[in-house]
Each structure stands twice: as C-alpha cells, then as structure tokens.
Design a protein around this ligand. Structure first.
Ligand code: ADP
Ligand code: ASP
Ligand code: MG
Length: 458
C-alpha cells in the first residue's frame, strides 16, 4: 500500500482535481490510501467564518457561508456533470455538510462566544467537503473508491485545535479501518488534518497538518511509500516564493527534511518526518502540476551525501534574553527556566547561553506573557520583537571545513543576534532583524548555491 496526500493547491478546482485523480488512477496497483486537504484557501475561509461568528457579525458570516457553499456545490456539479445520479448525491452531501455547519455558526453568532471545541468543528469542514467531492468524482471516473471518516481512526489528545496524535490508538485502529474499507474497492480516500479525541469530539492537528496525517497513516499501515503531492517540484534549496534561483534536491535525509520543516520550510508540516522514520518509510515530495517529474526522495541518512542542502527561515520570531547573576554555577537555574517554558507549552527553537545570560527564540505567535512574568521573578528579562531566524541545513555541515565562514561571509553588514549550531550537526541557525530577512536569505542562498555554479560556467 502507498499513501498519496494531495495538498490544497493540488485539489483547488476542477482542473487540479481532475489531474489528482488521474495521478491516483496510475497507481491503483499499489493500493493507494488517498489523503486530501481542504480546497486551497478554504481553511482560511473557515477561520474567517469562525471569527465573524464570534464577533456576531451576521451579514459577514452569511456572505462567507454562501461563498463556501457555492464554491463546493459548483465544483461538485462541474466535476460530476456526466453522472447525474452521482451529481445529485454529491450536491446533496455538500449541502447537508454546509447546513449543519451553518446551524452551528448561527448558534455561535447568537451568543457571540466561540470555544476551541466549536472552532475545531467549524474548521474541520474543509477536508470533509473536499474528500466528499473527490470520492464521488473518483467513482464517476470508474475508480471504485470508499470514503473513510478520519475521525474513526486519527485519535488525538484533547487539545481541540492542535491535537497530539495518540499513536497507540492510531496504530490500533488505522489498519483495520482501511482494510475493511478496501473490500471490493480500487482505492480509499480520507481527510488530512482532522481527527477526534477519545471521547469522539472533533479535533484538528494544527495548520498544515495534512502532511502529518498522511505520515501517521503511512506508519500505521507500514506503507511502501508516502507521497506528498504539492505545487512545487519537490524540496528545493530555499522557498521559491522568496528566492529566485532555487535548486532542485533529488534526495535528502529524514533528519535534513525534519530540520528544514522545523526551521520554517512550509513544504512539509514539521512533524511529518517523525512517524515515517520509525518505520523507515520513504517520503516523496512531488508536483501535481508536473506528475512526470521525479520529485524529492526523503530517505534514511546513510543514503545521503554530506553537504549543505537548503536555507530555511522563520520570518516572525522573538528573542527572549534572560539575565541573572545567580545563574553562575547554579545547577537548578536552567532547569527552572525550561520548566517555565514547558509549563506554558511555549516551544523554544534556538538556545544560546553565556555565563550570566540565556537567550532563546520563540515563534511570535506563542503567548509568552506568563513565561516572562514567571522568569522576571528571579531574572531580568528583555524581549526583542521583529526578529527573523535563518537556518542553513545539510548533513554534517557543522563539521565541514569553512562552513561557518561561508555562512557568515555574506552577512558583513548585517546585525547577527544569536548563533546556534544544532547538536545534530545538520543545522547552523542565526537571528537577524526582520526587515533584513529577505536580503539576507537571498544573499546567503547566492553564496551557498549560485556563486560556484557561476564560476563553473567560466
Ligand atoms: P500544500 O497545500 O500542498 O500542503 P504548502 O503551501 O503547504 O502546499 O507547501 C508548498 C509550498 O512550500 C511551496 O509552494 C513553497 O512556496 C513552499 N516552500 C517553502 N520552502 C520550500 C522549499 N525549501 N522547497 C520547496 N518548497 C518550499
Ligand atoms: N487544510 C489545513 C490547513 O490549511 C491542513 C492542510 O492543508 O495541511 O491548514
Ligand atoms: Mg502544506
């Protein structure tokens, strides 16, 4: 079996879905488990619907709900034009999903209060709608496809908006559910991103979580491979939306891919690699607009050469500087500091320490008020906003001769605030002012990937 995950742009509209189904059709001998995201931008739309409802903005809520409904009804009608019976059922299903969502949204609007639990229900509808429409269309095209509700098997903790997978439950449930659904079928389809807690309440895995769903399913069924179908020709040497001349990467290691994703490369959800590594399942990142391309293979480290592979960045981070004279030689100090972060569930990216100071970086979206308050009880704390974090990633780069010089040479005129070398030898990261980020990334990419190529041409 293989897992094939299609992201939002790969199922955005009539053409994209037609292409995706054609790609699945070419792999039926591998018994694909298809995992889909919501149509492009639909999860954003659902967030806007929840905000409008929470703000009791009735007319805005209505307008957005109509947009959601008409986009899906029209799409289902167009895709199923040639199969009137299936079209009627699909449009009926789409309307039923939208009706029940509208009922909840109206109730939220009436009270003006939105719990995380209800928000999770609202934002999970994108995947339910897309998978419903694609399932009907696959059947209309002659691929006998069964629909699996991911909430039966993707079990998470009770954090409604960022559920942590309960691995034992997932491993216990997924193979049976898929096997049962596969009986007499050519393929099965399910939703990325969504799940439920043990009490059966709706949860989601957090933004971009469909990659993670695909990988968890792949692990649970011991898939032969996990394919992540997206809108770029595989993993590249930087985000092509920021850097012009990015390079194609044929293969990278699980560790490199995990670091890239963790340090900001949006191409994969940061936790995607973890389940695949457990079973040594290769992940392929492929372009649904260019299906004959080779994509990028993510493989175990032994199969990958040393050397720099990519530049990742996180645009909006904060540096928290913690000063205390008491730190010197007190063994409990660091423990206390990190306990405070951990109790507030604030995740720390980079750390650097000197004798009387610890600096850490956190995502700007993290809520740090309580952390700062608690740290201030025994240390001086200064928070620097509007910073960005840049990471150079590649197997064993920390050990490579001249790598630091190569990384920092292009930054002569830039203020660099923190430098941190990953203990895994895969990553060199540093912090710069946010307004300088784009220039720094382009310069660095040029020096690491483009300059030598230019020289070779002479
Ligand atoms: P999907 O909807 O398929 O999940 P995403 O938008 O989440 O797609 O991820 C794909 C995007 O990731 C690409 O369009 C690209 O802009 C971005 N990206 C960031 N870093 C990289 C990288 N190093 N290589 C390739 N793509 C990257
Ligand atoms: N639809 C969800 C999101 O936009 C999950 C995903 O696309 O991976 O965040
Ligand atoms: Mg994504």
């Amino acid at each position: 079996m293989i897992v094939m995950k299609f992201g939002g742009t790969s199922v955005a509209n009539f053409e994209a879905i037609t292409r995706a189904i054609f790609i699945v059709g070419g792999r039926l001998d591998k018994k694909p488990v298809v995992v889909v995201s919501a149509l492009s931008k639909v999860t954003d739309l659902l967030y806007r619907i929840s905000d409008a409802a929470a703000a009791r903005n009735v007319s805005e809520t209505k307008t957005l709900m109509n947009e959601l409904r008409s986009r899906h009804v029209n799409l289902a009608s167009d895709l199923l034009e040639q199969s009137p019976a299936l079209k009627e059922s699909a449009v009926g299903r789409v309307n039923a999903i939208c009706d029940s969502l509208e009922e909840l949204v109206n109730a939220v609007c009436a009270v003006g209060e939105l719990s995380d639990r209800n928000k999770a229900i609202i934002i999970s509808n994108g995947e339910l709608l897309s998978s419903t429409i694609i399932c009907f269309t696959m059947n209309a095209k002659g691929i006998r496809t069964n629909f699996i509700d991911a909430r039966q098997m993707m079990i998470t903790s009770n954090e409604y908006l960022k559920g942590e997978p309960v691995i034992d439950e997932i491993v216990a449930r997924v193979p049976g559910v898929i096997e049962e659904a596969y009986k007499g079928m050519d393929a099965v389809i399910t939703q990325g991103f969504i799940g439920s807690n043990l009490a059966g309440e709706q949860t989601v895995l957090g933004r971009g979580g469909s990659d993670y769903s695909a990988s968890l399913i792949g692990m649970a069924i011991d898939a032969e491979r996990i394919e992540i179908w997206t809108d770029v020709d595989g993993v590249r040497s930087a985000d092509p939306r920021t850097v012009e001349n990015t390079k194609y990467i044929e293969k990278i290691s699980f560790e490199e891919a995990a670091e890239m994703a963790h340090f900001g490369a949006k191409v994969l959800h940061p936790l995607t690699i973890e389940p695949a590594v457990k079973k040594n399942i290769p992940i392929y990142v492929l372009n649904s607009m260019n299906p004959s391309g080779k994509g990028t293979a993510i493989l175990r480290s032994e199969l990958i050469e040393d050397g720099v592979k990519s530049v990742s960045f996180k645009e909006n981070i904060r540096v928290i500087n913690i000063f205390s004279m008491k730190m010197i030689n007190t063994s409990g100090f660091l423990r206390r500091v990190f306990e405070i972060f951990s109790e507030s569930k604030v995740s720390v990216d980079l750390i650097s320490t000197s004798e009387a100071n610890i600096s850490v970086t956190v995502d700007a979206a993290e809520k740090i008020d309580k952390v700062v308050e608690q740290l201030s009880e025994f240390a001086d704390v200064i928070v620097d906003d509007d910073k960005s974090q840049v990471s150079v990633i590649g197997k064993n780069i920390v050990r490579l001769n001249g790598m630091l010089k190569k990384t920092f040479a292009p930054l002569k005129r830039t203020n660099v605030y923190m430098i941190s070398q990953g203990a895994s030898f895969v990553n060199i990261s540093f912090v710069v002012d946010r307004e300088e980020l784009k220039d720094v990334v382009k310069d660095l990419h040029y020096h690491l990937f483009e300059v030598e190529e230019e020289l070779e041409q002479f």
